[in-house]
Design a protein around this ligand. Structure first.
Ligand code: NAP
Ligand code: MG
Length: 490
């Protein structure tokens, strides 16, 4: 974390002069309309940005299409693409504080996390895929003496990345970086809540010397700009992160247009299982609290269902409630803040409706449940039953649902009793139990005695209705490349 003081962040926010046009074909480009960007800190409009209709989207896809079909980017050597992506990463690092400020202002993440977590992740991701670009090998299977078979990976074409606001730059980078490293060209549509950081990123791409059209950004509401990308015949791949509802739309857009491939990273209702033999119950409780309140619970992987063995519920819960009550909720620009506001009035209403549902269905509110403006104090419900809405539906806010179990089999049954399968965790000191339980959990990631650990080298994504395909790691290249077989009879 940089040592910038609260007053300095406030002064910088007052001087804000963000990029507001689309970024198309290497240059900024006004839109058919404009839309306000409202900061959840105080409800103030901090900018008006270009807002796309179908014609803007068509221009952006056209630029990406030309750049793919005839431009230099897919034809460069991987080492040249690596050099360009590394230059881009260096510029993101140079302007890191400015980008962190934009993220914090537009979506309400604490500045310390915008800088220390989000920007660090973005820079790391760009560098990781830059370095991976020139280290991929193709295959030559052993066929027979009279022939030579080559299996080569080719870039899949024009990628449209449609992302949410909760980690606006990280979610984008997880898609943009491997797609560009593979030689694809990209159109990014950020969420309407968080376009400013994406536009700044695009300006840095141009400064880094990415050729025109290789990376484009269009803003606009999902139902218009997102849909136009989903239906566009010039888009080859959709890389989407967001809700299941919109994920279904993209599958329909693809079916109704050119059968573009659609990759989905969707929501979750991740179970966090605490067994009584956890190596450190206090650490388990602290991590459970940190996990659900981090980023105001606006995390697809949030451990929103705490499954705790009945014999230790009291101790674990007391500690979680104490942490919930101590958490520093406040202005995201204050470096001491641990939790900012929810992203928007709509999201605030949605989360509060779940607090109401929890009360109405008979769960017991142990902490939180209210807050000023768009803020919500960290909220904990115990006595939650598996059929309640707060046990089944993704809330995407700082609301923990605590359920109890009597043995490990029951814990696994409860854990898997969900349409989602993004992540899960188990806390136990028993090595065999850890393996047995993690094998039984239907989730893309299982953490043992930890939560939210990761590295660019490990894949991330879901099972069941949490989606398919993997971001991060070398496996992400599967989304953005096609295998070609060339058979030569000698
Ligand atoms: P969302 O409503 O699904 O929006 C995601 C993106 O899709 C936004 O850019 C949105 O644009 C666009 N969109 C909305 N309606 C569309 C439509 N009809 N056609 C095409 N595009 C459309 O999700 P959100 O509210 O932004 O984010 C919360 C959800 O994302 C949660 O369910 C969460 O679990 C999920 N999420 C998943 C992951 C993961 O990696 N698995 C990570 C983060 C979030 P506009 O908002 O501009 O309209
Ligand atoms: Mg939205």
């Amino acid at each position: 974390m940089t040592g910038v003081a609260y007053e300095d962040w406030l002064a910088r926010a007052d001087r804000l002069d963000p990029y507001t046009d689309h970024h198309i074909d290497g240059a900024s480009s006004p839109g058919e309309g404009t839309a306000p960007v409202v900061s959840p800190r105080d409800g103030r409009t901090i900018a008006r940005v270009a807002s796309a209709g179908a014609a803007d989207v068509d221009r952006a896809v056209g630029a990406a299409r030309r750049a793919f079909d005839a431009g230099p980017w897919p034809r460069m050597s991987p080492a040249e693409r690596k050099a360009a992506l590394l230059r881009w990463a260096a510029l993101v690092e140079r302007d890191r504080e400015e980008l962190a400020l934009l993220v914090s202002l537009e979506m309400g993440k604490p500045i310390s996390e915008a800088d220390g977590i989000e920007l660090r992740a973005v820079i790391g991701c760009l560098r990781w895929y830059a370095e991976a670009a020139d280290k991929q090998l193709d295959e030559s299977p052993r066929t027979d003496a009279g022939s030579l078979a080559l299996v080569t990976r080719e870039p899949a074409g024009v990628v449209a990345a449609v992302v949410p606001w909760n980690f606006p730059l990280t979610m984008a980078a997880w898609k943009i970086a491997p797609a560009l490293a593979a030689g694809c060209t990209v159109v990014l549509k950020p969420a309407e809540e968080s376009p400013l950081s994406a536009l700044r990123l695009a300006a840095l791409a141009a400064e880094a010397g990415l050729p025109p059209g290789a990376f484009n950004v269009v803003n606009g509401p999902g139902e218009i700009a997102g849909r136009a990308l989903g239906e566009h015949p010039g888009v080859d791949v959709i890389a989407f992160t967001g809700s299941g509802e919109v994920g279904r739309h993209f599958l329909r857009y693809a079916a109704g247009s050119n059968l573009k491939r659609v990759w989905l990273e969707l929501g979750g209702k991740s179970p966090n299982i605490i067994l009584p033999d956890a190596p450190d119950l206090d650490a388990a409780a602290d991590t459970a609290a940190w996990g659900i309140f981090f980023n105001a619970g606006e995390m697809c992987t949030a451990p929103s269902r705490l499954l705790v063995h009945r014999s230790v519920t009291g101790r674990v819960l007391d500690r979680i409630v104490a942490r919930a009550e101590k958490l520093a909720v406040g202005d995201p620009l204050d470096p001491a803040t641990e939790m900012g506001p929810l992203v928007s009035a709509r999201q605030h209403e949605r989360v509060l409706s779940y607090v109401e549902a929890g009360r109405a269905e008979g769960a017991r509110l142990r902490a939180g449940g209210e807050g000023e403006g768009l803020f919500l104090r960290p909220t904990v419900f115990d006595r939650v039953e598996p059929g309640m809405r707060i046990a089944r539906e993704e809330i995407f806010g700082p609301v923990l649902s605590v359920l109890e179990f009597d043995d490990a089999d029951e814990a696994v049954r409860l854990a898997n009793d969900t349409e989602y399968g993004l992540a899960a965790a188990v806390w136990t000191g028993d090595l065999s139990a850890a393996h047995r339980i993690s094998r039984s959990l239907r989730a893309g990631t299982v953490w043992v005695n930890c939560y939210e650990e990761g590295d660019m080298s490990v894949p991330f994504g879901g099972m069941k209705q949490s989606g398919h395909g993997r971001d991060k790691s070398l496996h992400a290249f599967d989304k953005y490349t096609d295998l070609k077989t060339t058979w030569i009879t000698l």
